[in-house]
Design a protein around this ligand. Structure first.
Ligand code: AMP
Length: 122
Protein backbone atom coordinates (compact mmCIF):
# COMPACT_ATOMS: atom_id res chain seq x y z
CA UNK A 1 0.00 0.00 0.00
CA UNK A 2 1.47 3.35 -1.02
CA UNK A 3 1.05 6.75 0.56
CA UNK A 4 -2.44 8.21 0.00
CA UNK A 5 -2.08 11.95 -0.60
CA UNK A 6 -5.80 12.38 0.19
CA UNK A 7 -5.44 11.32 3.84
CA UNK A 8 -6.66 13.88 6.39
CA UNK A 9 -3.21 14.87 7.67
CA UNK A 10 -1.95 15.48 4.12
CA UNK A 11 -4.93 17.83 3.68
CA UNK A 12 -4.04 19.60 6.95
CA UNK A 13 -0.44 20.08 5.76
CA UNK A 14 -1.77 21.59 2.49
CA UNK A 15 -4.13 23.88 4.47
CA UNK A 16 -7.15 22.25 2.83
CA UNK A 17 -8.47 21.26 6.27
CA UNK A 18 -8.04 23.46 9.40
CA UNK A 19 -6.26 22.34 12.53
CA UNK A 20 -5.65 23.66 16.04
CA UNK A 21 -1.95 24.30 15.48
CA UNK A 22 0.50 24.11 18.38
CA UNK A 23 3.85 24.27 16.56
CA UNK A 24 5.27 24.38 13.04
CA UNK A 25 8.66 24.53 11.36
CA UNK A 26 9.89 23.71 7.85
CA UNK A 27 9.70 19.95 8.45
CA UNK A 28 7.16 19.39 11.21
CA UNK A 29 3.60 20.33 12.17
CA UNK A 30 1.93 19.74 15.56
CA UNK A 31 -1.77 20.20 16.30
CA UNK A 32 -4.34 19.15 18.87
CA UNK A 33 -6.11 15.83 18.36
CA UNK A 34 -9.75 16.32 17.34
CA UNK A 35 -10.83 13.59 19.80
CA UNK A 36 -8.55 14.13 22.82
CA UNK A 37 -7.82 11.18 25.11
CA UNK A 38 -6.12 13.37 27.77
CA UNK A 39 -6.34 17.05 28.78
CA UNK A 40 -3.42 17.69 26.43
CA UNK A 41 -3.39 15.45 23.36
CA UNK A 42 -1.23 16.72 20.52
CA UNK A 43 -0.20 15.04 17.28
CA UNK A 44 3.24 15.69 15.79
CA UNK A 45 3.68 14.91 12.09
CA UNK A 46 6.47 15.27 9.57
CA UNK A 47 5.52 17.35 6.51
CA UNK A 48 7.01 14.68 4.26
CA UNK A 49 4.81 11.88 2.93
CA UNK A 50 5.44 8.91 5.24
CA UNK A 51 2.81 6.28 6.04
CA UNK A 52 3.96 5.30 9.52
CA UNK A 53 7.00 4.94 11.79
CA UNK A 54 8.08 2.00 9.63
CA UNK A 55 8.20 4.15 6.48
CA UNK A 56 9.66 7.21 8.24
CA UNK A 57 12.45 5.36 10.04
CA UNK A 58 13.40 3.56 6.82
CA UNK A 59 13.06 6.39 4.29
CA UNK A 60 13.15 9.71 6.16
CA UNK A 61 16.31 11.79 5.73
CA UNK A 62 18.63 12.35 8.68
CA UNK A 63 17.47 15.98 8.73
CA UNK A 64 13.77 15.05 8.77
CA UNK A 65 14.27 12.49 11.52
CA UNK A 66 16.35 14.85 13.66
CA UNK A 67 13.93 17.74 13.19
CA UNK A 68 10.98 15.50 13.94
CA UNK A 69 12.22 14.08 17.23
CA UNK A 70 13.52 17.46 18.40
CA UNK A 71 10.04 18.86 17.70
CA UNK A 72 8.37 16.07 19.69
CA UNK A 73 10.45 17.06 22.71
CA UNK A 74 9.83 20.76 22.12
CA UNK A 75 6.07 20.31 21.83
CA UNK A 76 6.03 18.22 25.01
CA UNK A 77 7.73 21.12 26.78
CA UNK A 78 5.34 23.64 25.19
CA UNK A 79 2.23 21.87 26.44
CA UNK A 80 3.62 21.68 29.96
CA UNK A 81 4.23 17.98 30.10
CA UNK A 82 7.71 17.98 31.55
CA UNK A 83 7.16 18.58 35.27
CA UNK A 84 4.33 16.10 35.84
CA UNK A 85 5.03 13.76 32.94
CA UNK A 86 3.83 12.87 29.46
CA UNK A 87 3.51 9.86 27.18
CA UNK A 88 4.33 9.50 23.48
CA UNK A 89 2.80 6.85 21.26
CA UNK A 90 2.88 5.94 17.57
CA UNK A 91 0.61 3.37 15.96
CA UNK A 92 1.81 1.31 13.01
CA UNK A 93 -0.52 -1.00 11.16
CA UNK A 94 -3.44 -3.26 11.94
CA UNK A 95 -2.64 -4.58 15.38
CA UNK A 96 -1.98 -1.05 16.64
CA UNK A 97 -5.26 0.21 15.09
CA UNK A 98 -3.57 2.91 13.03
CA UNK A 99 -6.38 5.05 11.59
CA UNK A 100 -4.58 7.79 9.70
CA UNK A 101 -1.88 6.63 7.32
CA UNK A 102 0.42 9.61 7.64
CA UNK A 103 3.08 9.06 10.32
CA UNK A 104 2.24 10.79 13.60
CA UNK A 105 3.27 10.70 17.22
CA UNK A 106 0.67 11.28 19.91
CA UNK A 107 1.72 13.27 23.00
CA UNK A 108 -0.53 12.93 26.05
CA UNK A 109 -0.26 14.96 29.27
CA UNK A 110 -2.25 16.81 31.88
CA UNK A 111 -3.47 13.94 34.06
CA UNK A 112 -2.41 10.60 35.51
CA UNK A 113 -2.05 8.53 32.34
CA UNK A 114 -2.20 5.17 34.03
CA UNK A 115 0.30 2.37 33.73
CA UNK A 116 1.41 1.67 30.16
CA UNK A 117 -1.25 0.31 27.77
CA UNK A 118 -4.32 -1.86 27.98
CA UNK A 119 -4.19 -5.00 25.86
CA UNK A 120 -7.56 -6.75 25.49
CA UNK A 121 -7.48 -10.51 24.98
CA UNK A 122 -3.73 -10.23 24.94
P1 AMP B 1 -4.09 6.67 14.97
O1 AMP B 1 -3.94 6.64 13.47
O2 AMP B 1 -4.95 5.55 15.48
O3 AMP B 1 -2.76 6.72 15.68
O4 AMP B 1 -4.84 7.98 15.41
C1 AMP B 1 -5.31 8.98 14.54
C2 AMP B 1 -5.71 10.16 15.36
O5 AMP B 1 -6.02 11.25 14.50
C3 AMP B 1 -6.94 9.94 16.25
O6 AMP B 1 -6.59 10.17 17.61
C4 AMP B 1 -7.96 10.98 15.74
O7 AMP B 1 -8.75 11.53 16.75
C5 AMP B 1 -7.03 12.00 15.10
N1 AMP B 1 -7.64 12.82 14.04
C6 AMP B 1 -8.34 12.39 12.97
N2 AMP B 1 -8.73 13.43 12.21
C7 AMP B 1 -8.22 14.55 12.80
C8 AMP B 1 -8.27 15.94 12.50
N3 AMP B 1 -8.92 16.41 11.42
N4 AMP B 1 -7.66 16.80 13.34
C9 AMP B 1 -7.02 16.35 14.45
N5 AMP B 1 -6.93 15.05 14.79
C10 AMP B 1 -7.53 14.16 13.97
Amino acid sequence: MGYDSQNIFAKIIRNEVPCDKVYENDHVLAFRDINPQAPNHVLVIPKGSYISMEDFSENGSDLEITEFWRAVGQVARMIGGVSDGYRILANHGRDAHQEVFHFHVHIFSGCDLGHMIKIQNG
